[in-house]
Write a protein that binds this ligand. Structure first.
Ligand SMILES: [Zn+2]
Length: 366
């Protein structure tokens, strides 16, 4: 496998590109952010967008929040720096972790108007299971709702501006489409964030009403309200560690007492145990896991050398979420052999071979 010469992202990451020096799109973007992005100009744009949206009505913008460091930071900045009145919205995940729930409550207590949306768990679970079995994406239902239900709230409450956190494709090495574009639309939402899984396809399983939170509003309704979905990372140089410090200081963020499985930190993506399965499947499908992602972030912010990152990746990327497997079996209504068969189906056989009951990598990150 070919690896980025700056971080450790491999060529198997969907939509990644490399330059002539073998540097991945996340790292070239990190350089572009340091050298050629005019952050003052982008900040001025943010101020003008906020000025245009500040209203005498109830809410000035929507901030989707998970209780995690990044969304808490964005909500904090929108409220206290931009002087906006945000409606914060959480989409309840399946298999929520206690630490994640506690952090949502701590965040609200720090002074925010908040609503939580729980799409019918039966519907979300079914879509998560379809995602798991057919595409190796056990969070597909929830990830869909994080897009669709937020667009629904925008239309329902007539709050046009939605401020998400980071544009993950730009920041972590995917498509470059949104590097220089501050709004994205429902078409981008399906193609980029749902990897083309248009939720309309579940109409064969559920009624239009049952799928309310899991489908987009009509194009006409979105146009009437002027739905404008943006990412904070367009306007300010995205720095997850800085967000962690602010969220801890201002929004009551607490860490997991132990590091998360598959990585070395304890303060990122702690809202649902399904995330641990999501990243383990990413490892089996593409040969890079949660640790590679986190190491990339730390290398790009200058807090870790590639050599240090390599040692961590070799050790931690392969960790499976074994402790959560009983929860997964219960959630999906599966027996262990059925569950393992799904993993077997999605594992990249060019990268792994089965030794006993485990899939062992035949490659070594370098
Ligand atoms: Zn890279």
């Amino acid at each position: 496998m070919k690896y980025c010469t700056s971080c450790l992202m491999p060529e198997t990451r969907p939509r990644i590109t490399f330059d002539e020096q073998g540097v991945c799109s996340a790292c070239t973007w990190a350089q572009e952010k340091r050298e050629s992005i005019d952050w003052n100009e982008r900040w001025a744009l943010l101020e003008s967008l906020c000025d245009a949206q500040r209203s005498s009505r109830g809410f000035d913008c929507i901030v989707p929040v998970s209780g995690g460091k990044d969304s808490s930071y964005v909500a904090y900045m929108m409220k206290h720096r931009m002087r906006m009145h945000p409606l914060c919205v959480t989409i309840r995940p399946g298999l929520a972790l206690p630490i994640g729930e506690k952090n949502v409550l701590n965040f609200i207590e720090s002074g925010y108007d908040h609503i939580e949306i729980t799409p019918d768990p039966r519907v979300t679970r079914t879509i998560n299971k379809i995602g798991f079995v057919e595409a190796g994406r056990p969070l597909l239902g929830w990830m869909t709702a994080v897009q669709t239900a937020i667009f629904r709230v925008s239309v329902q409450f007539k709050i046009p501006l939605i401020m998400f956190g980071e544009e993950g494709e730009t920041e972590y090495g995917g498509t470059k489409k949104l590097r220089h574009q501050h709004y994205y639309d429902a078409e981008d939402s399906v193609q980029i964030y749902l990897s083309g899984h248009d939720p309309q396809k579940y109409r064969s399983l559920f009624s239009e009403k049952e799928l309310y939170w899991l489908t987009y509003p009509s194009a006409e309704d979105m146009r009437d309200v002027g739905v404008s979905a943006a990412h904070w990372s367009y306007f300010e140089n995205w720095d997850p560690y800085e967000h962690y410090l602010v969220a801890k200081d201002k929004c009551g963020l607490q860490e997991h007492s132990e590091r998360s499985s598959g990585t070395y930190n304890n303060f990122a993506q702690t809202d649902t145990s399904l995330y641990n399965l999501h990243v383990y499947l990413m490892y089996l499908k593409f040969g890079f896991g949660r640790c590679t992602q986190d190491v990339g972030i730390d290398i790009r912010r200058g807090a870790m050398s590639r050599k240090q990152g390599l040692a961590l990746v070799r050790k931690l990327d392969r960790e499976d979420p074994e402790i959560y497997i009983p929860q997964y079996l219960d959630y999906f209504g599966m027996k262990r052999d059925e569950f393992d068969a799904v993993l077997d189906r999605h594992v990249n056989k060019a990268l792994f071979r089965k030794v006993g009951a485990r899939w062992e990598p035949t490659f070594e990150p370098r």
